[in-house]
Design a protein around this ligand. Structure first.
Ligand code: NDP
Length: 285
């Protein structure tokens, strides 16, 4: 009799729409390279079916799953426990299933932080954060927990910026302020890190958040969350001005690495995953 196992570890993603989500290609490339017999299944789950999908994952003994839009908040009702930052952020994009128990985490900000740490130590730094949506909220909380000194959140809708600034002030040791977005944002002289966490640049290589280019000093780290195209106009300009730049691919790759560590306790090869994404996004770079 063969001793070979024909039962793969199951992981995946629940979201809708999901046909253009490349995470499956990235993570399965990582599994293959590591010789792990695991699958990542991209599932189109409508809001009314989320509870059934979660029960199905538990019934089929999945190791875990990602949740993307529109389920990041709704999924919390189906979970047993939340990790610290997911509790503060109020959104979950990564669920681990351990002994039938569902534990929610948020890897959006953690993925960004892992990328940022490759170029600078965020501790004690001052950050200008553009945008106040879900990505900005997760990044602000993780930066606050990582010891950043001050975050200024800039957004067209200033109330959303204030909500994030208040969350950071109340729930982390970091100070934070909100600013409305009027005309071209100027980067203050004492800023160390500028982050575009708006959706400006997604799918448009020439789109640029309104920002006074002459205020981009070469000492700055300039990061963009946009993964496609990875070389956004903001990053191209920042590089021309001598800044250290960080694209959104790294954030996406690190989220995948962190998710699999939570599910399987194994670290996938980030380079293999990054190359897979580069091949996918390459045509639009
Ligand atoms: P949301 O819709 O929650 O937020 C969008 C943000 O962008 C809001 O703050 C919005 O401002 C701002 N915005 C949109 N258009 C403009 C504009 N023309 N000028 C100024 N601000 C603008 O989106 P998410 O936070 O979920 O996602 C934001 C981006 O992050 C997406 O493009 C997504 O692809 C990317 N992302 C990347 C990840 C990665 O791993 N690389 C992970 C998660 C997200 P307002 O509130 O005023 O409307």
């Amino acid at each position: 009799m063969s001793s070979q196992s024909f039962l793969s570890i199951l992981t995946g993603s629940f979201s809708t729409p999901c046909a253009d989500n490349p995470t499956v290609a990235m993570i399965e490339a990582g599994y293959r390279a590591a010789g792990i017999d695991a699958r990542y299944i991209n599932c189109d789950v409508k809001p009314e079916a989320l509870g059934d999908a979660v029960s199905g994952a538990v019934a089929m003994e999945w190791a875990g799953f990602n949740c993307s839009l529109p389920h990041k908040v709704a999924v919390i009702d189906h979970l047993d426990e939340l990790a610290e930052s997911a509790k503060i952020i109020g959104a979950v994009n990564c669920v681990s299933i351990r002994d039938g128990k569902l534990i929610g985490d948020n890897t959006d900000g953690k993925g960004f932080l892992a990328s940022l740490k490759e170029v600078t130590d965020p501790s004690g730094k001052r950050v200008l954060l553009l945008g106040a949506g879900g990505a900005a909220r997760a990044i602000a909380v993780e930066l606050g927990l990582a010891g950043v000194a001050h975050i200024t959140v800039v957004n067209r809708d200033p109330e959303k910026a204030e909500t994030i600034a208040a969350l950071v002030r109340d729930r982390t040791a970091c100070d934070a302020a909100a600013q409305g977005w009027e005309g071209d944002v100027r980067v203050p002289d004492d800023t160390d890190i500028v982050i575009n966490a708006t959706s400006v640049g997604l799918g448009g290589a020439e789109a640029m958040p309104p920002l006074a280019q002459e205020t981009l000093r070469k000492e700055l780290v300039v990061a963009d969350v946009i993964p496609n195209p990875p070389k956004t106009k903001l990053l191209r300009l920042a590089k021309e001005r001598g800044c250290t730049t960080l694209d959104g691919l790294g954030m996406l790759v690190n989220q995948g690495v962190i998710g699999v560590e939570l599910w399987l306790g194994q670290t996938l090869d980030a380079d293999v995953m990054q190359k897979t994404l580069q091949e996918i996004f390459g045509a639009s770079e």
